[in-house]
Write a protein that binds this ligand. Structure first.
Ligand code: 5GP
Ligand code: MN
Ligand code: MN
Length: 331
Protein backbone atom coordinates (compact mmCIF):
# COMPACT_ATOMS: atom_id res chain seq x y z
CA UNK A 1 0.00 0.00 0.00
CA UNK A 2 2.87 2.35 0.80
CA UNK A 3 4.52 1.55 -2.52
CA UNK A 4 1.29 2.32 -4.40
CA UNK A 5 0.91 5.60 -2.51
CA UNK A 6 4.53 6.54 -3.25
CA UNK A 7 4.17 5.75 -6.96
CA UNK A 8 0.93 7.76 -7.09
CA UNK A 9 2.51 10.71 -5.28
CA UNK A 10 5.14 10.97 -8.03
CA UNK A 11 2.96 10.03 -11.02
CA UNK A 12 0.21 12.49 -10.10
CA UNK A 13 2.53 15.49 -9.81
CA UNK A 14 1.36 18.40 -11.97
CA UNK A 15 3.83 19.53 -14.63
CA UNK A 16 4.73 22.67 -12.66
CA UNK A 17 5.16 20.89 -9.31
CA UNK A 18 8.14 21.79 -7.13
CA UNK A 19 9.93 18.74 -5.75
CA UNK A 20 12.49 19.00 -2.96
CA UNK A 21 14.84 16.15 -2.06
CA UNK A 22 16.44 16.16 1.39
CA UNK A 23 18.70 13.86 3.40
CA UNK A 24 20.30 13.68 6.84
CA UNK A 25 22.85 16.10 8.28
CA UNK A 26 26.52 15.28 7.58
CA UNK A 27 25.40 13.29 4.54
CA UNK A 28 27.23 10.03 3.88
CA UNK A 29 27.41 7.99 0.69
CA UNK A 30 23.96 6.50 1.16
CA UNK A 31 22.27 9.82 1.93
CA UNK A 32 23.85 11.65 -1.02
CA UNK A 33 23.90 8.71 -3.41
CA UNK A 34 20.28 7.67 -2.93
CA UNK A 35 19.09 11.30 -3.02
CA UNK A 36 21.00 12.29 -6.17
CA UNK A 37 20.40 8.97 -7.95
CA UNK A 38 16.67 9.25 -7.32
CA UNK A 39 16.78 12.91 -8.34
CA UNK A 40 18.34 12.01 -11.68
CA UNK A 41 15.57 9.45 -12.12
CA UNK A 42 12.91 12.10 -11.46
CA UNK A 43 14.61 14.35 -14.00
CA UNK A 44 14.33 11.54 -16.59
CA UNK A 45 10.62 11.38 -15.75
CA UNK A 46 10.32 15.03 -16.71
CA UNK A 47 10.18 16.67 -13.28
CA UNK A 48 11.47 20.15 -14.08
CA UNK A 49 11.36 22.02 -10.78
CA UNK A 50 13.67 19.83 -8.78
CA UNK A 51 16.07 20.69 -5.97
CA UNK A 52 18.14 18.70 -3.50
CA UNK A 53 19.59 19.91 -0.22
CA UNK A 54 20.73 18.85 3.26
CA UNK A 55 20.96 20.59 6.63
CA UNK A 56 24.14 22.10 8.00
CA UNK A 57 27.15 23.36 6.06
CA UNK A 58 26.45 23.10 2.31
CA UNK A 59 29.89 21.69 1.39
CA UNK A 60 29.80 18.23 -0.13
CA UNK A 61 32.61 16.06 1.31
CA UNK A 62 35.48 15.90 -1.18
CA UNK A 63 35.17 12.14 -1.84
CA UNK A 64 31.66 12.75 -3.27
CA UNK A 65 32.39 15.87 -5.32
CA UNK A 66 32.30 13.95 -8.60
CA UNK A 67 28.82 12.44 -8.15
CA UNK A 68 26.43 12.86 -11.07
CA UNK A 69 23.49 15.06 -10.09
CA UNK A 70 25.45 17.49 -7.90
CA UNK A 71 23.88 20.28 -9.97
CA UNK A 72 20.58 19.46 -8.23
CA UNK A 73 22.02 20.72 -4.93
CA UNK A 74 21.09 24.13 -3.53
CA UNK A 75 21.98 25.64 -0.12
CA UNK A 76 19.22 24.85 2.37
CA UNK A 77 18.11 28.48 2.65
CA UNK A 78 17.56 28.59 -1.11
CA UNK A 79 15.37 25.45 -1.12
CA UNK A 80 11.67 25.78 -2.06
CA UNK A 81 9.94 27.04 1.12
CA UNK A 82 6.68 25.15 0.46
CA UNK A 83 7.33 22.36 -2.06
CA UNK A 84 4.54 20.24 -3.48
CA UNK A 85 6.48 17.08 -2.68
CA UNK A 86 9.39 16.51 -0.28
CA UNK A 87 11.28 13.24 -0.51
CA UNK A 88 13.54 12.46 2.43
CA UNK A 89 16.43 9.98 2.21
CA UNK A 90 18.27 7.95 4.84
CA UNK A 91 17.03 9.89 7.88
CA UNK A 92 15.69 7.83 10.80
CA UNK A 93 13.97 10.78 12.46
CA UNK A 94 13.21 14.47 12.05
CA UNK A 95 16.05 15.26 14.46
CA UNK A 96 18.44 14.34 11.64
CA UNK A 97 17.02 17.07 9.38
CA UNK A 98 17.83 20.26 11.28
CA UNK A 99 15.94 23.28 9.97
CA UNK A 100 14.66 21.33 6.96
CA UNK A 101 11.87 19.95 9.17
CA UNK A 102 10.06 23.17 8.13
CA UNK A 103 9.97 21.99 4.54
CA UNK A 104 8.55 18.62 5.55
CA UNK A 105 5.76 20.33 7.45
CA UNK A 106 4.93 22.81 4.70
CA UNK A 107 5.06 20.24 1.87
CA UNK A 108 1.93 19.03 0.12
CA UNK A 109 3.21 15.47 0.50
CA UNK A 110 6.15 14.14 2.54
CA UNK A 111 7.60 10.87 1.29
CA UNK A 112 10.24 9.15 3.43
CA UNK A 113 12.67 6.57 2.01
CA UNK A 114 14.75 4.88 4.67
CA UNK A 115 16.11 1.63 6.11
CA UNK A 116 16.70 2.34 9.82
CA UNK A 117 14.89 0.02 12.24
CA UNK A 118 14.64 3.06 14.54
CA UNK A 119 12.77 5.13 11.88
CA UNK A 120 9.94 7.07 13.53
CA UNK A 121 7.64 7.10 10.44
CA UNK A 122 7.59 10.88 10.35
CA UNK A 123 6.47 11.14 6.72
CA UNK A 124 3.00 11.14 5.20
CA UNK A 125 4.10 8.13 3.14
CA UNK A 126 6.83 5.97 4.66
CA UNK A 127 8.84 3.57 2.53
CA UNK A 128 10.93 2.19 5.37
CA UNK A 129 12.53 -1.23 4.97
CA UNK A 130 14.71 -2.19 7.95
CA UNK A 131 15.91 -5.23 5.99
CA UNK A 132 17.28 -3.09 3.15
CA UNK A 133 21.07 -2.76 3.26
CA UNK A 134 20.88 0.89 2.22
CA UNK A 135 18.30 3.55 1.44
CA UNK A 136 19.43 3.19 -2.18
CA UNK A 137 17.80 -0.27 -2.24
CA UNK A 138 14.47 1.39 -1.49
CA UNK A 139 15.23 4.16 -4.01
CA UNK A 140 15.99 1.63 -6.75
CA UNK A 141 12.74 -0.19 -5.94
CA UNK A 142 10.73 3.00 -6.35
CA UNK A 143 12.54 4.04 -9.55
CA UNK A 144 11.77 0.60 -10.97
CA UNK A 145 8.07 0.92 -10.07
CA UNK A 146 8.05 4.36 -11.69
CA UNK A 147 9.38 2.83 -14.89
CA UNK A 148 12.77 4.59 -14.77
CA UNK A 149 15.51 2.37 -16.15
CA UNK A 150 19.04 2.63 -14.77
CA UNK A 151 21.69 4.57 -16.65
CA UNK A 152 25.35 4.99 -15.70
CA UNK A 153 24.75 8.27 -13.87
CA UNK A 154 21.93 6.98 -11.70
CA UNK A 155 23.87 3.75 -11.18
CA UNK A 156 27.03 5.53 -10.02
CA UNK A 157 25.03 7.33 -7.32
CA UNK A 158 23.22 4.19 -6.19
CA UNK A 159 26.45 2.19 -6.22
CA UNK A 160 28.17 4.73 -3.96
CA UNK A 161 25.22 4.45 -1.59
CA UNK A 162 25.12 0.65 -1.63
CA UNK A 163 28.86 0.16 -1.22
CA UNK A 164 29.05 2.76 1.57
CA UNK A 165 26.35 1.18 3.72
CA UNK A 166 27.53 -2.40 3.17
CA UNK A 167 31.16 -1.46 3.92
CA UNK A 168 32.11 -2.44 0.38
CA UNK A 169 29.90 -5.53 0.48
CA UNK A 170 31.49 -6.85 3.67
CA UNK A 171 28.77 -6.34 6.30
CA UNK A 172 26.10 -8.85 7.31
CA UNK A 173 23.49 -6.89 5.33
CA UNK A 174 25.21 -8.04 2.11
CA UNK A 175 22.51 -10.44 0.95
CA UNK A 176 22.12 -12.08 -2.46
CA UNK A 177 19.68 -9.25 -3.27
CA UNK A 178 22.46 -6.72 -2.60
CA UNK A 179 24.78 -8.44 -5.04
CA UNK A 180 21.95 -8.72 -7.57
CA UNK A 181 21.38 -4.99 -7.30
CA UNK A 182 25.13 -4.36 -7.59
CA UNK A 183 25.12 -6.49 -10.74
CA UNK A 184 22.31 -4.38 -12.26
CA UNK A 185 24.25 -1.21 -11.42
CA UNK A 186 27.55 -2.53 -12.82
CA UNK A 187 25.79 -3.61 -16.01
CA UNK A 188 25.40 0.09 -16.88
CA UNK A 189 29.17 0.31 -17.33
CA UNK A 190 30.17 2.12 -14.13
CA UNK A 191 33.71 1.41 -12.87
CA UNK A 192 33.75 -0.04 -9.34
CA UNK A 193 37.52 0.21 -8.87
CA UNK A 194 37.58 3.88 -9.72
CA UNK A 195 34.54 4.64 -7.55
CA UNK A 196 35.88 2.72 -4.54
CA UNK A 197 39.26 4.41 -4.78
CA UNK A 198 37.61 7.82 -4.79
CA UNK A 199 35.25 7.24 -1.89
CA UNK A 200 37.22 4.87 0.37
CA UNK A 201 40.91 4.95 -0.47
CA UNK A 202 41.77 8.60 -0.98
CA UNK A 203 42.52 11.08 1.79
CA UNK A 204 44.87 14.04 2.22
CA UNK A 205 48.21 13.41 3.95
CA UNK A 206 47.08 15.72 6.77
CA UNK A 207 44.21 13.34 7.45
CA UNK A 208 46.60 10.37 7.47
CA UNK A 209 48.70 12.12 10.16
CA UNK A 210 45.58 13.12 12.10
CA UNK A 211 44.37 9.51 12.07
CA UNK A 212 47.79 8.47 13.39
CA UNK A 213 47.44 10.85 16.31
CA UNK A 214 43.89 9.78 17.15
CA UNK A 215 44.71 6.07 16.86
CA UNK A 216 47.80 6.64 18.98
CA UNK A 217 45.68 7.72 21.93
CA UNK A 218 42.99 5.04 21.57
CA UNK A 219 42.04 3.25 24.79
CA UNK A 220 41.22 -0.44 25.09
CA UNK A 221 38.95 -1.45 27.98
CA UNK A 222 38.68 -5.25 27.91
CA UNK A 223 36.26 -5.39 30.87
CA UNK A 224 33.74 -2.95 29.39
CA UNK A 225 30.55 -4.15 27.66
CA UNK A 226 30.28 -7.12 30.01
CA UNK A 227 33.80 -8.30 29.22
CA UNK A 228 33.33 -8.10 25.46
CA UNK A 229 35.61 -5.09 25.32
CA UNK A 230 35.42 -1.46 24.27
CA UNK A 231 37.97 0.46 22.22
CA UNK A 232 37.56 4.18 21.82
CA UNK A 233 39.29 7.38 20.84
CA UNK A 234 38.40 10.99 20.16
CA UNK A 235 39.34 13.91 17.91
CA UNK A 236 38.87 17.60 18.62
CA UNK A 237 38.30 20.69 16.50
CA UNK A 238 41.85 21.66 17.47
CA UNK A 239 43.17 18.39 15.98
CA UNK A 240 41.35 19.21 12.75
CA UNK A 241 42.71 22.76 12.73
CA UNK A 242 46.32 21.67 13.39
CA UNK A 243 46.18 19.29 10.45
CA UNK A 244 44.14 21.71 8.34
CA UNK A 245 41.37 19.16 7.76
CA UNK A 246 37.59 19.51 7.37
CA UNK A 247 35.37 17.56 9.81
CA UNK A 248 34.17 14.94 7.31
CA UNK A 249 37.63 13.29 7.16
CA UNK A 250 36.91 11.88 10.62
CA UNK A 251 34.01 9.78 9.28
CA UNK A 252 36.49 7.07 8.25
CA UNK A 253 38.39 7.04 11.56
CA UNK A 254 36.02 4.49 13.11
CA UNK A 255 37.06 1.98 10.43
CA UNK A 256 40.67 2.13 11.63
CA UNK A 257 39.61 1.62 15.25
CA UNK A 258 36.88 -1.02 14.99
CA UNK A 259 39.31 -3.69 13.72
CA UNK A 260 40.65 -4.08 17.29
CA UNK A 261 40.47 -7.82 18.02
CA UNK A 262 40.07 -7.42 21.78
CA UNK A 263 36.92 -5.29 21.62
CA UNK A 264 33.42 -6.09 20.39
CA UNK A 265 32.38 -2.46 20.64
CA UNK A 266 34.27 0.49 19.18
CA UNK A 267 33.64 4.18 19.45
CA UNK A 268 34.95 7.46 18.04
CA UNK A 269 33.96 10.73 19.71
CA UNK A 270 34.29 13.64 17.28
CA UNK A 271 34.04 17.21 18.48
CA UNK A 272 31.66 19.29 16.37
CA UNK A 273 31.48 22.37 18.67
CA UNK A 274 32.71 23.20 22.17
CA UNK A 275 30.97 20.68 24.47
CA UNK A 276 29.30 18.86 21.56
CA UNK A 277 30.42 15.56 20.05
CA UNK A 278 29.26 13.39 17.17
CA UNK A 279 29.63 9.81 18.36
CA UNK A 280 30.10 6.78 16.12
CA UNK A 281 29.49 3.34 17.59
CA UNK A 282 30.24 -0.03 15.99
CA UNK A 283 29.71 -3.60 17.14
CA UNK A 284 31.10 -6.86 15.88
CA UNK A 285 27.79 -8.52 16.75
CA UNK A 286 27.48 -9.42 20.43
CA UNK A 287 26.18 -5.99 21.45
CA UNK A 288 23.33 -4.07 19.78
CA UNK A 289 24.84 -0.57 19.66
CA UNK A 290 21.62 0.98 18.30
CA UNK A 291 20.11 0.44 21.78
CA UNK A 292 22.96 2.39 23.31
CA UNK A 293 22.59 5.15 20.72
CA UNK A 294 18.81 5.39 21.07
CA UNK A 295 19.12 5.53 24.88
CA UNK A 296 21.49 8.48 24.45
CA UNK A 297 19.25 10.33 22.01
CA UNK A 298 20.48 8.98 18.67
CA UNK A 299 19.79 5.99 16.48
CA UNK A 300 21.14 3.64 13.87
CA UNK A 301 21.48 -0.08 13.31
CA UNK A 302 22.54 -3.08 15.38
CA UNK A 303 26.15 -2.95 14.15
CA UNK A 304 26.51 0.80 13.47
CA UNK A 305 24.87 3.62 15.36
CA UNK A 306 25.50 7.13 16.61
CA UNK A 307 24.30 10.06 18.67
CA UNK A 308 25.23 13.60 19.69
CA UNK A 309 26.94 13.77 23.10
CA UNK A 310 27.36 16.81 25.39
CA UNK A 311 30.04 17.68 27.91
CA UNK A 312 33.62 16.44 27.78
CA UNK A 313 34.74 13.44 25.71
CA UNK A 314 35.30 11.52 28.97
CA UNK A 315 31.78 12.27 30.13
CA UNK A 316 30.37 11.08 26.81
CA UNK A 317 32.32 7.81 27.06
CA UNK A 318 31.22 7.37 30.70
CA UNK A 319 27.62 7.44 29.51
CA UNK A 320 28.36 4.93 26.76
CA UNK A 321 29.99 2.53 29.27
CA UNK A 322 26.94 2.78 31.53
CA UNK A 323 24.52 2.20 28.64
CA UNK A 324 26.56 -0.74 27.38
CA UNK A 325 26.11 -2.44 30.74
CA UNK A 326 22.39 -1.60 30.65
CA UNK A 327 21.99 -2.91 27.09
CA UNK A 328 23.55 -6.20 28.11
CA UNK A 329 21.33 -6.56 31.16
CA UNK A 330 18.28 -5.98 28.94
CA UNK A 331 19.49 -8.91 26.80
P1 5GP B 1 28.08 7.03 11.60
O1 5GP B 1 28.80 6.51 12.82
O2 5GP B 1 28.64 6.44 10.35
O3 5GP B 1 27.96 8.51 11.60
O4 5GP B 1 26.60 6.51 11.72
C1 5GP B 1 26.30 5.15 11.89
C2 5GP B 1 24.81 4.95 11.90
O5 5GP B 1 24.24 5.62 13.04
C3 5GP B 1 24.10 5.50 10.69
O6 5GP B 1 23.14 4.56 10.31
C4 5GP B 1 23.43 6.77 11.15
O7 5GP B 1 22.22 6.93 10.52
C5 5GP B 1 23.27 6.56 12.65
N1 5GP B 1 23.54 7.80 13.37
C6 5GP B 1 24.73 8.42 13.50
N2 5GP B 1 24.62 9.55 14.23
C7 5GP B 1 23.33 9.66 14.58
C8 5GP B 1 22.58 10.63 15.33
O8 5GP B 1 23.09 11.62 15.87
N3 5GP B 1 21.24 10.40 15.45
C9 5GP B 1 20.64 9.31 14.89
N4 5GP B 1 19.32 9.18 15.04
N5 5GP B 1 21.31 8.39 14.19
C10 5GP B 1 22.63 8.55 14.02
MN1 MN C 1 23.40 7.59 6.36
MN1 MN D 1 21.85 4.36 5.10
Amino acid sequence: AEWAAAVAAVRQLPADARVLLICHVNPDGDALGSMLGFGLGLRRLGVRQLQATFPGPPEVPEPFRWLPGLDLLVPQDAAYPDPDLVICFDAASESRLGDLVDRLESAGTALVLDHHASNTRFGGINLVDPHAAATSVVAEGLLDRLGVSLDAEIAACLYVALSTDTGSFRFEATTPAVHEMAARLLATGIRPGEISQRIFDTRPFGAVRLFGEAIGRARLEPDAAGGRGLVWTYATLDDLARHDQPPYVLEALIDSVRCTAEADVSCVVKQVAPGEWAVSLRSKGAVDVSRVAVALGGGGHRFAAGFTGRGSADEVVDRIRAELDGALLAG
